[in-house]
Write a protein that binds this ligand. Structure first.
Ligand SMILES: [Zn+2]
Length: 360
């Protein structure tokens, strides 16, 4: 007797075949993602990417060998290979991908890949001093200062301008240098005292409250400046010059008795943080402190660089110096440096970052 065909079984087989027909191509296409083991198709893709990224021309065998190395080596390398594809897919340029692969760790890249393409990041990476670790700070500062160029944002973050005053402060290593940089985040050692302080003559200094002192080189240049000014009918003297840590502490504390901490910090430096402790800063007066609008001020503004002095806290630069403008405060940095700062019309902060810090 002829057996009745098993339709139920045939239907099952047909269904399984149909599922396989659909599933197999999906598995093949996604094989690299599933297993990390590249298929021949992947080799070609990898080769294209490697060649376009690094400008080299690898043969098939070389690419195959490279892949073997990647497979044998730690997972990091394998992941990085995927990162290239992912970052390129997002739209990042060769230069950016190179930077990101070198400077970011695995979790940082994974996080970056999970976000949409960041056009600003691409622009930032092109700038010499870009530091990915500070990227969140750039973005936050840029939000508050929309008109600033990205170079300026980086410079300000490097100078810690975006931080609260006295946050992340560090002691300076070179208080004897004429270019020692003291600000709201950089302080002088409590025990520092310049070894070449000299007492100033009454002709150049108001010594009524005690004889002012200045470092000798600064004093020689100051005398020359005052003599030249006097010969042109301009009169001014040093009102205050060198202050020790203890002097500065007294000033700060006296100020704080009648003002809030916030107000005190705005007008007086905390001990250790005053340029006067370097022995090269001078507050100028002609009975009263010199201010913008005085003929003395105009003369000093035009001429002080010739004697090696700069106006340290200028109006309009408060967001960089983090000090209210002090028209009367000058500082000796040497003729060469003062001339450059004058000609470039930049703050000492910017000068220090661009020409001192970076050349060290
Ligand atoms: Zn001062």
């Amino acid at each position: 007797m002829k057996k009745k065909p098993n339709y139920k079984l045939r239907r099952r087989v047909a269904l399984i075949v149909l599922i396989l027909i659909i599933l197999i191509p999906i598995l093949i296409i996604n094989s690299a993602k599933i297993s990390h083991i590249p298929t021949l198709y992947k080799y070609r893709e990898y080769k294209d990417i490697v060649n376009s990224l690094y400008g080299a021309d690898f043969t098939n065998d070389e690419v195959r060998n490279l892949m073997e190395v990647l497979k044998k080596n730690k997972q990091l390398n394998e992941i990085r290979y995927d990162f290239i594809i992912e970052l390129k897919g997002k739209g990042y340029s060769k230069e950016s991908i190179n930077y990101l692969l070198i400077h970011l760790n695995r979790s940082e890249i994974t996080k970056l890949i999970s976000k949409k393409y960041d056009e600003d990041l691409e622009e930032y990476i092109k700038i010499e001093d870009f530091d990915y670790d500070k990227y969140d700070r750039y973005v936050a500062y840029q939000k508050k200062h929309k008109n600033l160029k990205k170079e300026d944002i980086i410079l300000r973050v490097e100078l810690k301008i975006d931080l609260d005053n006295y946050e992340d402060a560090e002691e300076i290593e070179d208080p004897d240098s004429l270019l020692a940089y003291v600000n709201r985040h950089r302080y002088i050692n409590k025990n520092y005292e310049p070894s070449d302080l000299v007492e100033m003559d009454d002709k150049y200094s108001n010594n009524y409250y005690g004889v002012n002192k200045l470092r000798s080189e600064a004093y020689e240049h100051f005398k020359e400046m005052v003599d030249d000014a006097n010969s042109q009918g301009i009169e001014f003297v040093a009102e205050t010059t060198y202050r020790s840590f203890d002097d500065q502490e007294t000033i700060y504390n006296n100020y704080s008795y009648e003002h809030t901490r916030e107000e005190t910090d705005k007008y007086a430096a905390r001990p250790g943080y005053s340029e006067h402790e370097l022995g090269t800063a001078i507050d100028l007066s002609n009975v009263w402190y010199i201010e913008e609008g005085d003929e003395e001020y105009e003369w000093i503004r035009k001429n002080c660089y010739k004697y090696g002095f700069i106006m340290r806290y200028k109006k309009g630069k408060e967001d960089i110096t983090k000090y209210a403008a002090e028209d009367w405060h000058i500082r000796y940095v040497g003729v060469k440096n003062a001339t450059l700062i004058h000609n470039k019309n930049i703050t000492f902060d910017e000068y220090w970052y661009k020409y001192v810090k970076k050349s060290n």
